[in-house]
Design a protein around this ligand. Structure first.
Ligand SMILES: CC(C)(COP(=O)(O)OP(=O)(O)OC[C@H]1O[C@@H](n2cnc3c(N)ncnc32)[C@H](O)[C@@H]1OP(=O)(O)O)[C@@H](O)C(=O)NCCC(=O)NCCS
Length: 184
């Protein structure tokens, strides 16, 4: 059995060999390859995301940190969305900057992006994903199984809500915990 020290620093995305991309039918979720895909990622962020002061999202140097994984959702060869996975600790990944190109919203790409980001987070060992949802996107996330959770990281916007989702079914978690609860 592997036991992680409580304060062990999680391995960075850059340093480990687990998958950094995923393909499902016509969608790929993967790090941008080349300048054109980085430009597409920034364009989508600029059009859809706002900072605290309501300004279009600035270019994000944090994308290049090894603990963070900036990804594009590619649909039949075209970048239609973006997300960044941030490893918070051994069991939790945060989804940041979830965005679909405004011209391609309402076509199911957002739900596909979240599904694939969760699958990728699972392959990284995460059992929970968390995010700050802007008020206008809360229903979107609720439809995908997200619920309000406590998270000690301050929300980005005054109206943001902290949401999370377990990647392991609660019934499975209960089964895992039973022997330990009985022994306690
Ligand atoms: C929120 C966002 C990612 C959704 O992507 P999308 O591709 O338009 O969503 P989908 O087409 O996959 O929709 C999936 C379901 O969610 C619903 N939905 C999507 N956006 C919604 C919204 N803002 N409010 C309520 N429901 C929404 C759809 O109607 C659909 O429901 P259905 O399965 O019952 O048909 C996209 O609108 C976006 O990029 N918005 C701007 C940036 C943003 O707010 N990002 C979130 C930051 S936390």
């Amino acid at each position: 059995m592997t036991i992680f020290a409580a304060d062990a620093r999680p391995q960075s995305f850059a340093a480990d060999a687990r998958p950094h991309s995923l393909s499902m039918l016509s969608h790929d979720l993967r790090p941008p390859s080349g300048d054109a895909e980085w430009a597409a990622l920034r364009r989508i962020q600029r059009l859809t995301l706002r900072d605290r002061a309501g300004r279009p999202y600035p270019a994000e140097p944090k994308h290049l940190d090894p603990d963070r994984l900036a990804l594009v959702l590619v649909y039949r060869g075209t970048v239609v969305g973006t997300v960044r996975l941030d490893r918070l600790d051994e069991t939790r990944v945060a989804l940041r900057h979830v965005a679909i190109d405004p011209a391609r919203q309402g076509e199911g790409h957002g739900a596909q992006l979240i599904d694939m980001a969760e699958a990728l987070a699972s392959t990284q060992g995460a059992v929970e994903v968390v995010l700050h949802a802007v008020a206008s996107s809360v229903t979107f996330y609720e439809k995908l199984g997200y619920r309000a959770v406590d998270w000690n990281e301050p929300a980005e916007h005054a109206t943001s809500i902290n949401l999370g989702k377990l990647l392991v079914a609660p019934s499975v978690l209960r089964r895992w915990l039973e022997p330990y609860a009985a022994a306690a």
